[in-house]
Design a binder for this molecule. Sequence first.
Ligand SMILES: Cc1ncc(COP(=O)(O)O)c(C=O)c1O
Length: 394
Amino acid sequence: MTRHNSPSDRNRFATIAVGASEIKTNPHRDGTNDVVPPIHLSTTFEWASGEDTNEHDYSRESNPTRAALEEQLARLEGGEHGLAFASGMAATSTTMLSLVPSGGHIVSSDTIYSGTEKLLTEHMAEHLGVDIDFVDIRDPDDVADTVDADTALVWAETPSNPLIRLCDVQTIADIADDNDTLFAVDSTFGSPYYQTPLELGADIVVHSTTKYLNGHSDSIGGAVITDNDEVFQQLAFAQRVGLGNMLSPFDCYLVARGIRTLPARMEQHEKNAMAVAQFLESHDRVDRVHYPGLESYPQHDLASEQMSGYSGMLSFEFDGTLIELEAFIEGLDIFTPGASLGGVESLIEIPSLMLPDEFSRSEESADIPETLVRVSVGLEDADDLCEDLRTALP
Ligand SMILES: Cc1ncc(COP(=O)(O)O)c(C=O)c1O
């Protein structure tokens, strides 16, 4: 399998993203000469009699628009199989529910998206009796000491939400392999443009396509990509039959449309994020900036090794009070305070103010500082972004 993470392979990635070579051979375009793959809204497909077989029968189980997106997602990650789900959480929950038996064991990173943490603690543990161990995923020894013969899944998010922590995917994949367990990586923050965990040995890659893959904050969706045929069969059954949580044709179209500009967007997200991170690092009311592209970042070397760029997400610790932080948010003109990330517009979130329930829960496991600010750096002019922050910071 070819790695596209080296700079010389970037053009190949862009070609896959644009889908140019697939336009002519796309089996889903039904003999038309569409340059843009169409949206197939039909829920059912005429039954073919005799020897003929239908590729699609019923849209929950398979749909041409979804099939085209799923194939493209697999190609972008350098994987065999792709599945598109109704949300990032649908992708995550389907992975966990399909692969972990009740009473089984999950080893999870302790800094993860709050929804995933809730799924683990409130559903998997409380309802299914799954034993969850949270570990500091930055430390492979912590993972090795916790994984055992009963572990069904190791779960990591890299870079993680909201502390932008990384895990060494290759080392943890080896640990999972040695213990005969599956390793899943939520790669939402990196996007397939900057990292391809399957090629580093992970078994499963999960995305919230709501973020960079769609990139325009107008579609909720999720994806799973895997090389493992058995895992694929189990997840495909859940997506198509057992749980029926597939992505709608219209959302598939929106994600596929977003993917065509993914490389260009990611390059600009990263440039802008670097400018914002450097500005924040030099500001005297900022204690620490969590951005893997900064040389001062403790995991900068790991990021440079396993990613081909540092993406557009960062967080920083404000030196001041929550009241000052609230005034800072109100003083912003370009950054919009709000949840989510990865869209063209810059968004800012203060977990302790904006997600108080999740903040109090996460605080226990992940020590998220009260004055942590998470920033999704968009595609506006970088000087304007820095100026907006400069004006609003006390
Ligand atoms: C890293 C990460 N994974 C998964 C999700 C869940 O995705 P969705 O909101 O599409 O269900 C999010 C949402 O913010 C996220 O940040």
